[in-house]
Design a protein around this ligand. Sequence first.
Ligand code: F6R
Length: 596
Amino acid sequence: MCGIVGYIGNQDVKETILSGLEKLEYRGYDSAGIAILNGNGINIYKDKGRIAHLRNVVDFGVKGTVGIGHTRWATHGKPNKVNSHPHQSSTKRFTLVHNGIIENEDALRLEYLKDTKFESDTDTEVVVQMIQKFVDEGQEVPLAIRYTLTLIEGSYALAILDQENPEVIYVAKNKSPLLIGKGEGFNMVGSDAMAMIHHTNQFYELHDKEFAVITKENITIYNLFGMTINRDYYIGELDATDIEKGTYPHYMLKEIDEQPFVLRRIIANYQNEMGQLSMDENILSAIRQSDRVYIVACGTSYHAGLVGKHLLEKVASKPTEIHVSSEFVYNTPLLSERPFFVFISQSGETADSRAVLVKVKEMGYPTLSITNVKGSTLYRETQYQLLLHAGPEIAVASTKAYTAQIAVLAILACKVAVTCDIDMLKELSIAANVMEALCDNKELYDQLARTYLATTRNCFYIGRHVDYYTCLEAALKLKEISYIQTEGFAAGELKHGTIALIEDNTPVIAIITQEGINLNTRSNIKEVKARGAAVITMSLKRLSSKTDQIIIGDVHEYLAPLVSVIPAQLLSYYAALHRDCDIDKPRNLAKSVTVE
Ligand code: F6R
């Protein structure tokens, strides 16, 4: 959701910034722009649409060694050229890109900018106009920026150029992500390491309410009072080849295929020298001391949390609740006496989850993040951390992070348990092999998607018990990339209303992985078939019947959600392919949802 790249050095900036923005495309955006600063002033190129289109808009004849770029995911004002970033102050002296939301923009307009004529509908323009105003009133530029920041409420990652000082990029951050990349004879700024990893692997974190002045030789970080902050850079672990598609047509397919490997990597990372699963004892004892675990997450991570709740309760006998972050923050349930909070987030940047984190930290409760991104906001701000080790997930639709989340939760549940009844290491290894076999059978999903999903208007996933959780995730996956209206349904609930929607040839995909509900779900299959549904049944081998189209190799029933989601991911992928959808960058969606 919005991406920022900036560069200051000796090279012409255009390609560095454009290719950096391409690395941020996965975050989701609807328009893009860049500003190049040189001795002749500022050159701005921006428009609605993809970076590929921006490349046609940019004048490659214009050179400059300082620049900033932006991908915008519209919040205030339509996605169009005028609302695209960069934005400029009325005198054109200051140029700025912004990720986040200025919540008090109306109050700021009234109090400080009554006479200002605005070009765009964005909240962002308020910031650049205020900087200009305070500079016009006589403040030095860094002070004018810091003063503006003290007046802003909301979230921001900002990169600012001053036409009268082409030796500097000013940056600032609050709640929205921003990293500074340190180079030799150049420095960079980016929403995440992926935008910079081809140039440097040395990064400075910028914390909330910090401001930095970046030249090609120096990086100086300040707090909003102007005091210098000393901070060491860290070496990013990201491998530049991890963020390439290789021979795959789409990142999503690559990431689906990576799942067995990711699972094995998780097993390896959570093993001690004796070859046993192991986890930070501090986390385990904090959870054991709590009387209830509260899992908080959004979207796909929430669905992994549903499975996590099941695992913690069944394997570790730990009472667990799960909540959607955006609901929890404003409608907090009655909490137990000694709660322990678990935040599940692929990106570690989701604003809804972070809002809950801020709240429960104020209440003084222990917090754990399970994220894929070391150093992300949730990672940094929680007391305890567990990493997913899934490698960068670039397709907007989450796949390998989801199974990695379930795997880490399974290990956590096993380690929290006083005695774990299942040989988790062995069972996870079996699951990795089953995943591999499923991924090797792509023609089947291609064929099923072509037959059942290529032209349908709607679709249902049905299942009971943990299969219901997989249905929710499967439905989300299908709707978000193929735009087929899909519902994940508890199979037994159909007859209480939703069965009215079943017509001739409505696709219904049934998932059966749990022995106790096999016959019940099969009865529900008969009910929908009797009303004309075109049913695809997927089942674990030991529960399968001759007519089931997708057979999943046997795994421990607790780990079935790890493997049963893979056919669903592949069906979504091929459905979207047959419907000619933009698989890796579905409309209206962002990978990293940094606004509430
Ligand atoms: C769907 C998807 C989203 C995310 C959600 C939370 O494929 O990716 O539903 O799961 O936006 O994001 P994270 O996990 O980064 O907190």
